[in-house]
Design a protein around this ligand. Structure first.
Ligand code: NCD
Length: 311
């Protein structure tokens, strides 16, 4: 039986079969173009309570390129600012017969909460909830790697930076483990590293040079200052010296090591411009793949040829 899913809240409960199917579908869109009628008559609503450039725009483009109608909900001027609860907002939007709700919120598990309270068969898609999950980012990152490295079990992957506040790190770890990554190294300042038991199967590296030795892929993270207390803010000069990726550090890795960063990048804080713009950088490929992955996710959840099952 084909494995199906009703909402996309986290990658925690998606196995390798379904992840691989989404990646295959995304690659297919990239190679053979869009099916501009696939989601004709469907409505996708973007509900972003946190800033976004790449994720919101790419969800909008993905939905439009498959023929869906897209509404970008203006959260700054929404009735939640007049005291309406999120549940009442959800039921109001559902009454307008939307098919998918793409939600980003600073409060972890808001998408799961909405999925739980939905009355209709609307599909809830998590576009980032606090530091908890960002499933489409995890998918686009493993797609970017898979396009260039076919055997995940042979790969040593480093994730470096502000892991504690990063939903991208959690999504990437889940996706990489599901695809059987060989070795996963987590590196960053002690205060930004997760507890050992929070990330079983990962090796913690306090020293970035040591982490980079022989790495096949390095995923850099932004300092997510919006989730830090004022006493947690690092000195950016010292941070770049100890945990910034520059050309010298990149040479410690395996030849042609892939460099990923979810964006937005802070040049000279977590990544040097010569690396961000260099030949090993995957940053713009990640952006391109982001549209294709979001098309694949919308197609999985809304395509009538692949009916959803009740959760
Ligand atoms: C990330 C996010 O919002 O979690 N950005 C993104 O979706 N491309 C990472 C970040 O903001 O640092």
């Amino acid at each position: 039986m084909t494995e199906t899913f009703r909402h996309l809240i986290t990658l925690e409960n998606l196995g390798p079969t379904i992840i691989t199917r989404i990646l295959d579908r995304a690659d297919n869109f990239l190679q053979h173009g869009n099916d501009s009628q696939l989601l004709a008559g469907r409505t996708v609503l973007n509900l972003f309570f946190e800033p976004s450039t790449r994720t919101r725009t790419s969800f909008e483009l993905a939905a439009r390129r498959l023929g869906a109608l897209v509404v970008n909900f203006d959260t700054a001027h929404a009735s939640t600012s007049k005291g309406e609860t999120l549940i009442d907002t959800l039921h109001t939007l559902e009454a307008m017969q939307i098919d998918a709700l793409v939600v980003r919120h600073k409060q972890p598990d808001t998408p799961g909460f909405l999925a739980h309270h939905a009355h209709s068969d609307v599909a809830i898609i998590n576009a980032g909830d606090g530091n908890r999950a960002h499933p489409t980012q995890g998918l686009l990152d493993v797609l970017t790697i898979r396009q260039q490295r076919d055997d995940f079990s042979a790969l040593t992957v480093v994730i470096c930076g502000d892991i504690r506040h990063s939903r991208v790190a959690r999504a990437d770890i889940r996706a990489l483990k599901a695809l059987g990554v060989g070795q996963l190294r987590l590196c960053g300042p002690g205060s930004f590293l997760p507890d050992e038991d929070e990330m079983p199967g990962c090796i913690i590296y306090p020293n970035f040079d040591a982490a980079m030795e022989g790495a096949d892929v390095v995923i850099m993270l932004r300092l997510q200052v919006e989730r830090m207390n004022s006493d947690e803010l690092p000195d950016t000069g010292a941070y770049f010296r100890d945990f910034g990726l520059d050309a010298r550090r990149l040479k410690l890795a395996a030849p042609e090591c892939l460099v990923l960063h979810p964006g937005p990048i802070n040049r000279g804080i977590e990544i040097a411009p010569e690396v961000a713009d260099g030949p090993q950088s995957q940053i713009l490929r990640q952006v391109r793949n982001g549209v294709a992955v979001r098309m694949a996710v919308l197609a999985e959840l809304l395509n009538p040829a692949n009916p959803r099952q009740p959760s």
